[in-house]
Design a protein around this ligand. Structure first.
Ligand SMILES: *Cc1c(COP(=O)(O)O)cnc(C)c1O
Length: 466
């Protein structure tokens, strides 16, 4: 060690001196956290000095570094982002944005005792499903209903209740993988039932199901092919025929609907998607669907249909492990309440509001924002308005796309690397901006940038470090 190193080490302030000057941080984060941060920073400075680097021993610089570190550490890891991917219900970006009414309802129960499992009339223990069951029945026409953590849980719980140790025929064309780890064959195995594959990938007939049914068959199941479509020489058995076959064999007919729709989407100019009430009318004994896909609510799984079956599902001990928490129940109830006034849904429910935005209005928005973004990015980048296709997402209507408009950012030499770097910097903003790289452009699809968030989007761009 040379003298310079010794001198530099000696010049470093002590932990107690640093702490003396960080009293407001101690008050905010606690003595231990600030002490540990100070020690760790001093340790880092010492090893830097010992490896020959020269470092500043200035007390105010050292304090600022520690302060920044503590501030960074206290930033939430789960943050809100601008979803400019063009996928409205993006599974990696939290799916449905909740309606104001749902957010208010969550607040109402979050910080206060409530009647989650308390019958206010009788003054005794109540059922947490009671707050929501009649509403689901009213909207779907079902006799009874229950709710669980998500639709994967709804499938698991239903099969485990009605088909444990028995056989369930499913068409080979419906053995879906939803993404992540939800695969129909796997979830069936974990539910304790045996999958019986019937038909072929492209064609399944009523006789395929009929031939597969024996004394050991627990139920018939139809799975919505949420994220793909088989086209060409195909056949699927209509729901009413499957329902009659199930009834003739005295077994239930269960439909995993996936995205959970309760309205006529065609009337809103969107692609058709079966509604729960329609599938129940077709003879399904139970329908299962997600709360946070097309329904536009919180993560949840809804099981609706025949009262005797729902009652068995509710008695399964697994129900306790899969049940909804009070905050989610409140959000789901408030979301479903909005469906009582379907005429207003396109304004009250963010999912529908975003899905029904007109292409023209998104284009106007892009034309308005392009010069603003361009002036922040400077000459190195070109910002144009481009026609793009948004998707509904979450496996809903995989083929259909919604015409939309995007800011298209390109660089003169057409290289990908500067765009990749720019995309990374957009993701580092206080409210990260998530776009997509496509054909040599960074595309920011504006379908999900509502007018009230525009200013916040533009203002923080000044923090892009270019
Ligand atoms: C999305 C989906 C599921 C899983 O639902 P989650 O709510 O994400 O758990 C199950 N089945 C189908 C057909 C789906 O589309």
């Amino acid at each position: 060690m040379n003298k310079n190193v010794h001198q530099q080490l000696r010049d470093l302030p002590s932990v107690s001196v640093i702490l003396d000057h960080l009293q407001s941080e101690v008050a905010q984060w606690g003595h231990d956290a600030v002490t540990n941060a100070a020690r760790a920073h001093l340790e880092a400075l010492r090893s830097a000095i010992q490896s020959g680097k020269s470092v500043s021993s200035d007390l105010s610089i050292i304090q600022q570094t520690i302060r920044d570190g503590l501030t960074n550490r206290s930033q939430p890891a789960l943050k809100s982002v601008f979803n400019l991917t063009g996928i409205v219900l993006h599974s990696n970006l939290g799916r449905a944005n909740l309606a104001d009414a749902a957010i208010v309802a969550m607040n109402r129960v979050a910080g206060s005792a409530n009647n989650l499992e308390y019958d206010l009339e009788q003054g005794q223990r109540g059922d947490r499903d009671s707050h929501i069951e009649s509403l689901i029945c009213e909207l779907t026409g079902a006799e009874a209903a229950t709710v669980v953590n998500n639709n994967a849980a709804a499938v698991l719980l239903t099969l485990n209740t009605l088909a444990l140790g028995r056989k369930v025929p499913v068409s080979r064309g419906e053995l879906v993988e939803i993404g992540g780890s939800f695969r129909v064959p796997d979830i069936m195995a974990r539910s304790g039932c045996t999958l019986v594959e019937v038909g072929t990938t492209n064609r399944t007939h009523l006789k395929d199901y009929a031939n597969a049914i024996d004394a050991d068959t627990a139920l018939l199941m139809r799975v919505h092919t949420s994220n793909y479509r088989i086209e060409g020489f195909t056949n699927t058995v209509p729901e009413p025929e499957l329902a009659s076959l199930a009834e003739a064999n005295q077994i239930p007919f269960v439909v995993d609907m996936g995205c959970g729709n309760l309205i006529d989407l065609k009337a809103l100019g969107l692609p058709h998607e079966a509604a729960a009430q329609q599938t129940l009318t077709h003879g399904a004994d139970l329908v299962l669907f997600s709360g946070d896909k097309l329904l536009g609510g919180p993560q949840a799984g809804i099981i609706a249909g025949r009262a005797d079956l729902i009652s068995r599902v509710k008695q399964n001990p697994l129900k306790r492990a899969l049940r909804l928490d009070k905050v989610t129940l409140a959000a789901l109830e408030a979301t479903l309440q909005l469906y009582r006034n379907p005429d207003e849904l396109v304004s009250t429910l963010p999912t529908l509001r975003l899905l029904t935005r007109a292409e023209d209005s998104i284009r106007d928005q892009a034309n308005k924002l392009a010069p603003k973004v361009s002036s922040v990015l400077g000459d190195h980048y070109q910002v144009d308005t481009a026609s793009v296709s948004s998707q509904i997402g979450s496996g809903a209507l995989p083929i259909e796309v919604l015409p939309s408009a995007a800011l298209s950012i390109t660089v003169a030499n057409g290289e990908d690397e500067p765009l990749r770097a720019l995309a990374a910097r957009f993701r580092q903003l206080p409210k990260p901006v998530i776009g997509r790289l496509h054909n040599g452009a960074l595309l920011l699809d504006l379908r999900c940038l509502e007018a009230i968030h525009e200013d916040a989007f533009i203002e923080q761009l000044s923090e892009l470090t270019l």
